[in-house]
Design a protein around this ligand. Structure first.
Ligand SMILES: C[S@@+](CC[C@H](N)C(=O)[O-])C[C@H]1O[C@@H](n2cnc3c(N)ncnc32)[C@H](O)[C@@H]1O
Length: 226
């Protein structure tokens, strides 16, 4: 089993303690970023690296008549996400790698990724997949850890030790990866030890996908495992 997946399979039962450690700040930022996604009237929204489904829950409440797909590579994280979101009929969880989404081009109005781009093994491939599945003018919102400057470097050093020990997270320069894609920055905010970033797809690949469930998935692969 790949390291990242193995780490999160083990970490799942205690993962939500991290939100306790951040005293609600992470959840506050998930909500703020989702505000900027502007998805109230969206038909389809995707949450990648959904983990225990906290952002997915906010998304499923926000979209009035739309649906939310949430994906993760860890079965155990998804187990908790499903429990957390029991009874939310517009939300579906899928076990898959965000670097190889079994989803069609240009079907999503918005995509979110909270504390995930710094965790995935192939951030470049994940970003390409997000751009592929987004509709034109669709937005992608992220929160991710990155190197801090000034006195915060000391806090960084401590956090990094903690995260490297149990989380398998690294610093990835997402902002510079953005320029390789047809994306414009809508909002970037320094959260001291993390960044919030929302980008918008500017052109290409807007498919005329139908809205039935199966039309979301690529033909050859069929429906992915639930
Ligand atoms: C730090 S947790 C973030 C969970 C959640 N988004 C949140 O806001 O708390 C990172 C999650 O990314 C998942 N993950 C890591 N690599 C992945 C990949 N390639 N595809 C899908 N999920 C992945 C892990 O299993 C884990 O659940």
């Amino acid at each position: 089993m790949a390291t990242t997946k193995r780490v999160y399979e083990r970490l799942a039962p205690v993962y939500d303690l991290d939100d306790v450690m951040f005293a609600g700040a992470k959840q506050h930022w998930r909500k703020k970023i989702i505000d900027i996604l502007d998805i109230e009237n969206a038909k389809l929204v995707l949450d990648i690296t959904t983990g225990t489904g906290r952002a997915a829950k906010i998304l499923s409440k926000r979209v009035k008549n739309g649906r939310v797909i949430a994906v993760d590579i860890s079965k155990n994280m998804l187990k908790i996400a499903r429990m957390r979101n029991h009874g939310r009929n517009n939300l579906r969880f899928i076990l898959c790698d965000a670097a190889h989404l079994p989803l069609k081009d240009g079907v999503f109005d918005g995509v979110s990724c909270m504390c995930g781009m710094d965790t995935v093994d192939e951030p470049g491939a994940v970003l390409s997949e997000v751009v592929r599945v987004l509709k034109n003018k669709g937005r992608f919102g992220m929160m991710y850890f990155r190197e801090s400057k000034g006195w915060l470097r000391h806090l960084d050093a401590i956090l990094k030790k903690y995260y490297n020990l149990i989380w398998n997270t690294g610093n990835v320069d997402i902002a510079s990866m953005i320029s390789d894609h047809p994306l414009r920055t809508v909002k970037k905010q320094d959260l001291l030890i993390a960044d919030a970033l929302v980008v918008e797809k500017c052109r290409e690949r807007d498919s005329n996908a139908r809205s039935s469930d199966l039309s979301l998935f690529r033909q050859r692969q069929g429906a992915p495992p639930l």
